[in-house]
Write a protein that binds this ligand. Structure first.
Ligand code: B12
Length: 293
């Protein structure tokens, strides 16, 4: 998962919950992290700097002092966010099982949390925070790729199983990741919300040519065709076809797209006919569809 891409200060603010002012102040006063500068002079943070700042933010919120944290090795600080989780949080033991590559334990804990919370809360309270922890520990070399793969395997299997259950009726969404896109934790978590709202989810998988999604839509006549892309470059590679996508769907099938890869392109996507955000799954905003079916 190495990332060469860099993050601008407003992106870092969104990813860490710290304001841009605070980020600048920590840099100035404590030398917390020193981002590179892009050719136009903007701060350009690396993925490991974002991970470290996210750990600083969490630990400061739990009472640590930034002045003390900045002198410690980054990997140690990030690992401490796991140790300092509230004692009743399942994320600590889950991370320990992931790091120990203990598949049986990871599977048992994931199954237990899914049963306990239900699919949507499992996605929000376990899957998304776990993705953040796994990513941050991996990026500073604290977690091997094998551990990330194990976590991905188990979590995705659980999410997909959850999405297949229930709802025999309800509107149908055909869903897929863009060509070249293999990240599915976030998409499946977003689909968990749609599932709870009553949608039937027909998930076609990762890395799917758009023509295939269109073919499936003509075959299945879904109410919605939902796409996901987490990386901007991957989005750019499909841009020409993406712009045509909504118009190539059968009448009565709407299109939506989500994920970090569309950042900055929301207006173009909306103009092409995509509905954006959770509103695309809003059942009450679909009176026109009810009439056409
Ligand atoms: C697990 C993981 C992997 C696994 C994925 C396994 C799987 N089957 O999903 C594997 C090993 C395959 C992988 C590979 C790579 N990865 Co990776 N991966 C991760 C990790 C740890 C978590 C995954 C994740 O999905 N997170 C992101 C989720 C939680 O958020 P999200 O996708 O934005 O989704 C949210 C919203 O956007 C929304 N959403 C998403 N889609 C949709 C769609 C609709 C319709 C709607 C309404 C909403 C919606 O819902 C979510 C909840 O809000 C992250 C680190 C992290 N902390 O996130 C890195 C990360 C995402 N990976 C990264 C990279 C760079 C890669 C690779 C390029 C590495 C490489 N050189 O090979 C490859 C690319 C593979 C590919 N072709 O896509 C970078 C991405 C950098 C960037 N572009 O921003 C990250 C951030 C790691 C990092 N810090 O550098 N990765």
């Amino acid at each position: 998962m190495p990332a060469n891409r860099t993050y601008e200060i407003h992106e870092v603010a969104a990813l860490t919950g710290l304001t841009a002012d605070r980020l600048r102040a920590w840099e100035r006063r404590y030398d917390a992290v020193r981002p590179a500068r892009s050719p136009n002079g903007y701060r350009a943070y690396s993925a490991d700097q974002v991970a470290l700042l996210r750990a600083f933010a969490k630990l400061v919120e739990r009472g640590a002092r930034i002045g003390d944290l900045v002198d410690r090795p980054p990997a140690e600080v990030i690992a401490e966010t796991v140790h300092r989780l509230p004692s009743n949080s399942p994320l600590g033991p889950l991370m320990a099982a992931v790091a120990a590559l203990d598949r049986d334990e990871v599977e048992a804990m994931v199954a237990q949390q899914l049963a306990l919370r239900g699919l949507r809360r499992f996605a929000d309270e376990i899957v998304l925070p776990l993705a953040e922890l796994v990513g941050d520990l991996w990026v500073v070399g604290e977690l091997p790729i094998a551990a990330e793969h194990l976590a991905s395997e188990v979590v995705i299997h659980a999410l997909k199983g959850g999405l297949r259950h229930g709802r025999a009726r309800g509107p149908l969404a055909v869903c897929a990741c863009l060509p070249g896109e293999r990240h599915e934790w976030g998409f499946l978590s977003a689909l968990a919300h749609a599932h709870e709202a009553g949608w039937r989810i027909h998930y076609l998988g990762t890395d799917l040519p758009l023509d295939e999604v269109i073919g499936a839509a003509w075959q299945l006549s879904p109410d919605l065709a939902a796409l996901s892309v987490s990386d901007e470059e991957t989005c750019i590679q499909s841009l020409d076809r993406l712009i045509q996508f909504p118009n190539r769907l059968p009448a009565g099938t709407r299109a939506t797209i989500g994920g970090g890869g569309i950042r900055g392109r929301e207006t173009a996507m909306a103009a092409a006919g995509f509905r954006l955000g959770a509103a695309a799954f809003d059942l009450h905003a679909r009176p026109a569809l009810a009439e056409t079916r």
